[in-house]
Design a protein around this ligand. Structure first.
Ligand code: HEC
Length: 156
């Protein structure tokens, strides 16, 4: 019975997360497929540990070529980016488009940015789009968790 639920959930997790799930380790897939649900069952999806862990893996895969948490690379360092004003890492040379962008990074603005940076901030030098909405959600949850831990996040 439990095993059947596990299999059903694994299958739906694969459908949901598609190619991303196939890259995850078996351990994290079985965590996602755990049939136990948190008390009340209305845990906000943006805050689940599974999503954050998935976001960390995806962050390294999709963003790691240009970004890291604590060092500027091709793009600015990211720790604390959630809740911070766009273009505000002092040591990074932003394009004028990003430096002058009057936006606070939160779930909404990050999602729109990642979907299409050049539409969100015309003239930006970030030439990378993340078209998969599930991946954006996971990565934004991960970035947000880094700010929550330092007390800088906002509740939504
Ligand atoms: C090809 C390199 C590249 C990739 C891949 C990339 N970025 Fe960027 N990113 C940049 C550059 C360059 C900038 C600075 C843009 C500017 O100054 O106009 C930037 C800026 C940003 C900013 C604004 C930060 C701030 O301090 O205002 C965020 C947020 C961001 N990237 C998130 C991501 C995420 C999340 C991913 C992965 C899904 C990603 N980026 C992938 C190059 C990249």
């Amino acid at each position: 019975m439990l095993a059947e639920i596990g299999i059903a959930l694994s299958a739906s997790a694969c459908l949901l997360y598609g190619a991303a799930a196939m890259h995850l380790s078996p351990a994290s897939i079985s965590e996602q497929a755990s049939p136990t649900s948190p008390e009340g069952g209305d845990h906000p999806p943006g805050a689940s540990l599974e999503l954050i862990q998935q976001g960390e893996t995806l962050y390294q895969r999709r963003c790691g070529a240009c970004h890291s948490l604590d060092q500027n690379r091709i793009g600015p360092m990211h720790r604390g980016v959630y809740g911070r004003k766009a273009g505000s890492v002092e040591s990074f040379r932003y394009s004028p488009a990003l430096r002058d962008l009057d936006v606070i990074w939160n779930s909404e603005t990050l999602d729109a940015w990642l979907q299409n940076p050049t539409a969100f901030a015309p003239g930006t030098t970030m030439g990378f789009r993340l078209t998969n909405a599930e991946e954006r959600r996971a990565i934004v949850a991960y970035l947000r968790s880094l700010s929550d831990a330092s007390g800088a996040g906002d509740p939504d």
